[in-house]
Design a binder for this molecule. Structure first.
Ligand SMILES: Nc1nc2c(ncn2[C@@H]2O[C@H](COP(=O)(O)OP(=O)(O)OP(=O)(O)O)[C@@H](O)[C@H]2O)c(=O)[nH]1
Length: 308
């Protein structure tokens, strides 16, 4: 483990550093707050051993600075010659985790480092599990693409990024045609399979990691296309219709073709949407037009021009 030792006294730094090394850890020794913050920004530190009485910035203030700047929790053990209860309480209040009085006994120091490292590891595992849960809560379990919640988060992010970059963000609302008839005639399990196949065809048309597919609802998908103009989005919609045609997913009960087809509504930030919700609404309105005009086609918002 990398143990950061912060103490303005060279003698104490050397002694503590030697103890850390003797217990098979790597000491990272610094003389004050500036060097400590610099090390924390540049390398992985597992535990901090910190003097309280230091010139310029004392240990309590430095602890507050560390807790404010670094979101990941790193255990902090104070080392102080002062053994008053007030000092200990102030240290914990500032964000420290334990307190040792100097001179420090090597065995005790090593045991405290071990205990803190154990808690830090448990915290790390918990954070990882939470991240995984958060990711799962954004995925549609049937198709494995993002669900509506995941889309909402990504869309918000992309909208903000796009605004800053003054780029064009396009969105396709994609709906399977006559899916009720598919379900009614082939049964729900095959309907589920069809949704998975359509999701896979859609995902196969993505061009880079910034683009994404999400399941918006029942048989409705959204494709988010950052850095894509309206004209480019129209071509992407055409490609999707062609890709599905090539996939030849049989649908004998559709009125438009003997295979699974989709209708697509296209919107783009260049058409004046004031926020990401409006971008969705515009694509939805365009989709409605595509359905009304006979399905298996895409329609651009505003101009409502049939292009397929
Ligand atoms: N198998 C399956 N079916 C679903 C799921 N979610 C929604 N559906 C079905 O999707 C169908 C949607 O039907 P409609 O909204 O009438 O749409 P449609 O028949 O595709 O008609 P158009 O969109 O106008 O072409 C309904 O039969 C729903 O039961 C799902 O998770 N699995």
């Amino acid at each position: 483990m990398n143990i950061l030792v912060v103490d303005d006294n060279k003698c104490i730094r050397d002694v503590i550093g030697a103890m850390v090394l003797a217990n098979d850890h790597q000491p990272v020794v610094v003389d004050g707050y500036a060097a400590a913050l610099e090390k924390l920004r540049r390398q992985v530190i597992d535990v901090i051993l910190m003097d309280i009485e230091m010139p310029e910035v004392d240990g309590l203030t430095l602890t507050r600075m560390v807790r404010k700047e670094f979101s990941q929790w790193i255990p902090i053990i104070f080392l102080s010659a002062n053994d008053s209860a007030r000092y200990l309480a102030d240290g914990i209040e500032a964000g420290g985790d334990d307190y040792l009085t100097k001179p420090v006994k090597e065995e005790i120091l090593n045991a405290k480092i071990k205990a803190m490292a154990r808690i830090a590891e448990m915290k790390h595992q918990l954070d990882e599990a939470n991240k995984k849960l958060e990711m799962l809560s954004c995925l549609d379990p049937l198709t494995n693409v993002l669900n509506r919640r995941g889309l909402e988060q990504q869309l918000q992010e992309s909208w903000q990024k796009n605004g800053k970059a003054r780029g064009e963000l396009s969105l396709l609302m994609i709906d399977i045609d006559f899916f009720k008839a598919y379900n009614d005639n082939y049964g729900h399990p095959r309907g589920d399979q069809c949704l998975q196949q359509v999701a896979s065809v859609l995902t196969g048309t993505l061009l880079n990691a910034s683009e994404l597919v999400a399941r918006y609802g029942g048989e409705e998908f959204v494709m988010l296309l950052p850095s894509t103009s309206l004209a480019q989005a129209r071509n992407r919609a055409r490609n999707i219709i062609a890709a599905l045609s090539q996939a030849e997913l049989v649908h004998e009960y559709s009125d438009v073709a003997p295979r699974v087809t989709v209708s697509i509504g296209v919107s783009c930030s260049s058409l004046g949407a004031k926020d990401h919700q409006v971008l969705i609404e515009q694509a939805d309105q365009a989709l409605y037009q595509a359905k009304r005009r006979g399905r298996m086609q895409c329609v651009l918002f505003q101009k409502m021009t049939q292009i397929w």
